[in-house]
Design a protein around this ligand. Structure first.
Ligand code: ARG
Length: 578
């Protein structure tokens, strides 16, 4: 149940009664201060012009027309014409009670959509880099949330496993294997391997020709070459899987739908576009002109789908993938997570795809860009020597640093439990630091802020969760065993109650905007409100009346479940003790 939506519906009905124009927008927001109530309706201001009346007068009319007695204790007109809405505590208590006994925390599943999510998608010729880390973490949180909301999600790991660079890689691999190395050893460091191959390509006589020959053979389906390619891909995928496992993401082998899978379709796509006169020849290449994206002089953008030598491109594959997802997978939405530098590519791809009928009209094509990960110096995140940072190493470092952070805490945990917590905190910190920022901006990777118990961090939230759990241990009750009525009387109880009811609003926003930071802020606020509540409203003290204690335990229980569920949706593990 979404309070905001419920209120909006009621206001809509009221506006009908006062003959407001149908298309009025309905700004209904959370109040910023307790004295302004829980929500605020600002529609009167927008209507003043249309109805030629003072906003305050309109607000008064809305006030008498709106039917909210069941859920609202007080409505008042404030300032130039705001309507402040104070929810009825008994109503809140009743709704929270419903959420408590609901296995899905009171959140009903939505009408399911089919949503294809393209994320992680590393290039197998190289080691995964930090950009793929962002794609993997953010994409995975969005996928989990969409599934929680009841959608059918199809993960697509659009791995870069094809292209001309495989010619030199395979030629180099073939030489290594000929000199008795096994593939696993030869490819233990993909960055090194790529570098060596590139040097040979640029400098060694005859090697470049062999590399080109390998490309032709690979594309022609030559068996020996395909086997070599398969070996390369297998080892490479194993590298990615090591990272996925450390990261606790939900991607599995079955979700891999690499560029190579579309290979057979590329010729057909180009033919189709030529036939429809959408693609034309330009200097030997097949291109689509895009007047929608003209430059300052009015020259249309050029989208190449086939090179002059006949080779296909990243864009051709994306057109094939688009068709497959929209028509064969029946996607209502296609979400693609890559860094912002590819924004133009996806805009162009959508325009071409729509023109060519490769997207059903009802399918949305949503590129979800993210900013760069920067070092503390504000420059792209690299090692000291300027090399790309390997993700597996980065995650190992996170766990080591987490061990240092947690070493000073004394606890009755055994070594194994402790190691488990250290891992959850370390990995959680890296993931949360990324997820909690608005994804479109660049962000600074800083160990000290992410591994801190203060501020909007994973350790803070994980710790908050353990604190709530410890209340039940101290009270000597199991969460499932608490019964009694909810009583919402103190302002801190009320603030916590309203926040708990707003979980769905946060989730729906993540669902709509593919923006997990909204859920992070929500959980951070929830944890903070819980701490404030717990300080002001004692639970365990002996002089607390029994019903009050039960009621507060119920609030604590819903808080714990909401925190755990929310963190799970972000892909962050919790623990009972720390
Ligand atoms: N492999 C690409 C890269 O690393 C990302 C692929 C994203 N998905 C797509 N359909 N193009 O930049």
């Amino acid at each position: 149940m979404n309070i905001q939506q419920l209120l909006l519906d009621r206001f809509k009905q009221a506006l009908g009664k006062i003959d407001a124009p149908k298309d009025t927008n309905l700004p209904l927001t959370r109040s910023t201060r307790p004295e302004f109530g829980d929500y605020q309706f600002n529609g009167a201001m927008a209507l003043a012009k249309a109805l030629k009346q003072k906003p305050r007068d309109i607000a008064e009319q809305i006030l008498s027309a709106v039917e909210l007695d069941d859920m609202v204790a007080k409505l008042e007109v404030a300032g130039p014409g705001f309507i402040n809405i104070h929810l009825r505590p008994q109503w809140l208590a009743q709704k929270l009670g419903d959420a408590l006994v609901h296995e899905h925390l009171g959140i009903d599943k939505e009408t399911p959509q089919t949503i294809v999510v393209d994320y992680s998608s590393p290039n197998l010729a190289k080691e995964m880099h930090v950009g793929h880390l962002r794609s993997t973490i953010i994409g995975d949180a969005v996928v989990r949330t969409l599934e929680f909301m009841g959608h059918k999600v199809i993960r697509q790991n659009h791995m870069g496993d094809w292209g001309t660079q495989f010619g030199m890689l395979l030629a180099h691999l073939s030489d290594k294997l000929a000199s008795d190395q096994v593939a696993e050893t030869a490819l233990s460091d993909l960055e090194d391997f790529y570098r060596e191959a590139k040097i040979r390509f640029d400098e060694e006589q005859g090697f470049a020709d062999r590399a080109r020959e390998y490309v032709v053979r690979l594309q022609g389906g030559d068996t020996q070459c395909s086997q070599l390619w398969q070996k390369f891909i297998d080892v490479s995928i194993a590298h990615s899987e090591e990272v996925y496992q450390k990261l606790n993401v939900t991607l599995s082998r079955g979700d891999i739908m690499g560029e190579s899978t579309y290979n057979k379709e590329l010729a057909g796509i180009v033919a189709q576009l030529k036939e429809a006169n959408i693609a034309v020849e330009d200097q030997g290449a097949q291109v689509v002109f895009l007047p929608e994206l003209a430059d300052k002089e009015g020259k249309p953008a050029v989208y190449i789908i086939q090179k002059s030598g006949g080779g296909y491109l990243y864009s051709t594959t994306d057109l094939a993938a688009m068709r497959y997802r929209s028509f064969d997978l029946d996607a209502d939405r296609i979400l693609i997570f890559t860094d912002a530098r590819q924004a133009l590519h996806f805009r162009q791809t959508e325009i071409v795809g729509r023109r060519a009928g490769l997207l059903r009209e009802s399918t949305t094509y949503e590129h979800c860009p993210f900013g760069m990960m920067l070092g503390k110096d504000g420059k792209p995140f690299k090692t000291r020597s300027g090399a790309t940072i390997k993700l597996a190493d980065l995650l190992d470092e996170a766990v080591q640093r987490s061990a240092t952070l947690l070493a000073s805490r004394d606890s009755e945990l055994n070594d194994q439990q402790r190691a488990e917590i250290v891992r959850k905190v370390g990995i959680g910190a890296v993931k949360y630091a990324d997820l909690s920022k608005n994804r479109t901006t660049d962000y600074i990777f800083d160990w000290d802020t992410m591994l801190s118990f203060e501020g909007n961090t994973a350790p803070y939230l994980q710790y908050a969760y353990t604190r709530v759990q410890s209340i039940f241990r101290k009270a000597g009750v199991a969460q499932e065993g608490i019964n009694g009525e909810l009583i919402i009387s103190e302002p801190q109880e009320r603030a916590l109650a309203v926040q708990l009811m707003q979980f769905i609003e946060a989730l729906q926003q993540v669902e709509k905007d593919a923006a997990p930071h909204v859920l992070c802020s929500y959980l951070f606020d929830l944890a903070s409100l819980f701490m404030t509540f717990y300080e002001a409203c004692p639970i365990l003290k002996t002089d607390v009346a029994a019903e009050l204690r039960q009621s507060r335990l119920l609030l604590a229980s819903l808080t714990a479940r909401t925190l755990k569920t929310g963190l799970e949706l972000l892909g962050i593990e919790t623990m009972e003790k720390m």
